[in-house]
Each structure stands twice: as C-alpha cells, then as structure tokens.
Design a protein around this ligand. Structure first.
Ligand code: MG
Length: 157
C-alpha cells in the first residue's frame, strides 16, 4: 500500500462561479490559475502522484504547455488516475480537507464527493470531502483565497 499527500492553494479573483472539486459553486470569485484553478483536484492529483513516487502536478501538466491553459482539472485528475493504472496501482481511498472562509461548502460537499469518486474510479464511501474555515487568520481568513490538503492511498494491482 502507498500513501500520498497533496496540497494546493489559489487566489480568488472576480468573477464567479467558483469551480471546486469539479463542481460549479455560485460565488463572486473564481480561483486564479493557469488551468481552471480547481485547488481540490490539484491537491488530489498531487496526492496520487506522490503515493506513486511519480513527481508532481507541475511536471505532469506544465504551465508552459498551452494545452493546460484554462483546462478542466477533473480531466487532469482522470489522467493521473490512468497513469496510476499503467504503473500498476489502483486508488483505494482519498480524503480531502478544503480550508476556506467562504463560501460555505456544506451544500456542495456531496456533489464534490460524487464527482471526485467518479474521477478516481472508487465507490462513494471511499471518498471523503471535508471543509473548515481558518478562524479568520491569514490569507484564507482575509478571504484572499483558499487552500486544500488531500491524502490518497493506492494498492498494487
Ligand atoms: Mg493548483
């Protein structure tokens, strides 16, 4: 069994909507980035690559490649899952924590879980999405952006 950790953060920029965990959330900002800025998918992709010892998201999807401009991050996640398969790994489970002052994630959690479980090719019970505020502290507390941490386990074969 292999365990991988991923982290990502992105800055808010108007206008909305916010795309997070592959779900469009009504909000007055989106996440600025070379791709669609989906920090949840990026953290999860890095967790997979980390577990497999296969580098990181920046190596797999360079921001110098025009193909990755404005790219749907769920597609990138699916590509990473496919790479796991070719390396002889299967995703066993994953857990994500979104750290954001706003918007509230409660209403969107289940939709994210479903979207991510589908992308990872795992049953819903093996995909966890959690969210918390940063208690008003730092860049997250000031509402400048959000961060996400993810952990994933892979099994061989
Ligand atoms: Mg990112």
């Amino acid at each position: 069994m292999r365990v991988g950790l991923g982290y990502d953060s992105h800055r808010f920029q108007p206008p909305g909507p916010l795309v997070l965990g592959g779900v469009r959330i009504p909000f007055d900002n989106h996440l600025h980035g070379h791709s669609d800025g989906d920090a949840v998918c990026h953290a999860l992709t890095d967790a997979l690559l980390g577990a497999a010892g296969a580098g990181d998201i920046g190596q797999m999807f360079p921001d110098t490649d025009a193909k990755n401009l404005g790219r749907n991050s769920v597609e990138m996640l699916r590509e990473a899952v496919e790479r796991m398969r070719t390396m002889g790994f299967r995703v066993a489970q994953a857990d994500v924590t979104i750290i954001a002052e706003s918007p509230r994630m409660g209403d969107h959690r289940e939709a994210m879980r479903k979207r991510l479980a589908d992308a990872l090719g795992i049953e819903l019970a093996r995909m966890s999405v959690k969210a918390k505020s940063n208690e008003g502290m730092g860049f997250i507390g000031r509402g400048e952006g959000i961060a996400c941490v993810a952990i994933a386990t892979l099994t061989q074969g």
